[in-house]
Ligand binder design. Structure first.
Ligand SMILES: *Cc1c(COP(=O)(O)O)cnc(C)c1O
Length: 241
């Protein structure tokens, strides 16, 4: 009798999960009048070991998201990142900016002038321009990261002057909720802001990426206009901290 190793079983699960999620993304994209290729699928790899991340990459994942600078930099040398992009999606402290600039393709969690300034400064030093998304606290939750939505427009005009960052769009994490209707409202609010800002055509500001939707609500997010979903536990299973 052959018994599958625990690792084989985990790898099979990842392959199976990715297939299922891809189908659901395609279905939601079509329902929203788009196609599968209009929505990017990010595998969120925080707390996941390099073996399982590489398995997901082998299965065709071409975008990963990490929350912590230190954790990402530790894993990065062992990841098979050819033709793969990586984004930082977790809260970033200004004193860690110099470590991450140049190491990821985009920083999705920019929510203060101070942070935007520092990313621009460190990028300038390295002779690069860093793509960023502005994280919006769409539900106005206290003690939560993200820029208050009322400040978004002024914020964009202000950071559009910075020489070494390029805004590519918006990101949000809605409140934790079991109530899908509630979060659809926040997703729709985000989409409306995204379209509204795009129509303003602010100099040096692109509005091409709307990053919203996680394991529990990515189909809702896509139906409301998301074009980048960040999915962790539905790919790799529950996180063990
Ligand atoms: C952890 C995390 C995700 C993924 O969460 P899941 O519910 O596991 O899919 C997405 N976005 C951010 C910012 C995260 O921190």
């Amino acid at each position: 009798m052959t018994e599958k190793s625990f690792q084989d079983k985990q790898f099979e699960d990842i392959e199976f999960n990715l297939k299922a999620i891809n189908e659901r993304i395609a279905c939601a994209a079509e329902k929203s009048g788009r196609t599968r290729s209009d929505v990017r699928f990010m595998a969120v790899t925080k707390t996941v070991d390099v073996f399982r991340i590489n398995k997901a990459l082998e299965c065709g994942i071409d975008l990963i998201g990490e929350n912590k600078v230190q954790e990402y930099l530790l894993k990065k040398p062992d990841l098979h990142l050819e033709n793969v992009q990586s984004h930082l999606i977790g809260h970033l402290q200004t004193n860690k900016v110099n470590k991450i600039v140049g190491e990821v393709d985009c920083i999705e969690s920019v929510d203060s002038i101070k942070l935007a300034n520092e990313i621009s400064k460190q990028s300038l030093k390295k002779g690069i321009v860093t793509d960023i998304l502005v994280e919006v606290n769409i539900a106005g939750e206290e003690n939560k990261t993200g820029l208050p939505k009322e400040m978004l427009s002024d914020f964009l005009y202000e950071i559009s002057e910075l020489p070494a960052i390029k805004v590519q769009g918006l990101m949000t994490i809605p409140p934790f909720s079991q109530n899908n209707a509630q979060n659809r409202k926040f997703f729709s609010n985000m989409y409306n802001m995204y379209v509204d800002i795009r129509s303003k055509k602010i100099h040096n500001i692109n509005m091409d990426i709307l990053s919203m939707g996680m394991s529990g609500d990515y189909e809702d997010a896509i139906l409301c206009g998301s074009n980048l979903v960040r999915i962790g536990s539905a790919v790799f299973g529950p996180r063990i901290y």
